[in-house]
Design a protein. Sequence first.
Length: 209
Amino acid sequence: KKRVVVFISGGGSNMVSLADACAEPGFPAEIVAVISDKPTAGGLAKAEARGIRTYVFERKAYAGKAEHENAILETLADINPDIICLAGYMRLISGDFIRPYEGRILNIHPSLLPLFPGLHTHQRAIDAGMKIAGCTVHFVTEGMDEGPIVAQAAVPVITDDTADMLAGRVLTVEHELYPMALKLLAEGKVRMERGRAEFTPADDAAIAD
Ligand code: GAR
């Protein structure tokens, strides 16, 4: 099984969906640790309840961004994960952090990227008059919410939607999409190559046989 570390800042519902998928027989990955930048993140207790080791690295405990990231990198080096999943981790990670894990870091963003990267994504989708919204799992590169797309799911935007209502509808499909995308990466069926997501083609010959 591939060893996965999940990064959170908040409620951790995506982390829980990944943990539940990993608990299914035959799933090709296991969550070996959860890392939060917020001691108050609700996801920490949910991880501990599942017997997953947790670590908190509060940004303000460190002099700068580099020191904060280096502390996390040291712990990661001990854990030696195959894959990192950002799941509501509300911090931009630097190129130096990404480099040792290039092509092995996934993020979920609650919009149909490349539309509406960054914050307040649901309100911006509503303000733009979008009739569909959704979520994207992508490889993490230096630009915010810019890396190659692994998977997307769509939901309708409904008349008089509030940002909260839309966020809840998107979150339900996030919980389906993220485990599916992690499975693809853990099985080696998607790889980041030359800045693109490359997928193993379905084996049509095997089916024809
Ligand atoms: C999710 O909707 C996730 O896509 C979003 O935060 C929420 C976290 O919920 N992530 C971002 O906005 C990243 N820029 P969760 O803590 O319950 O998984």
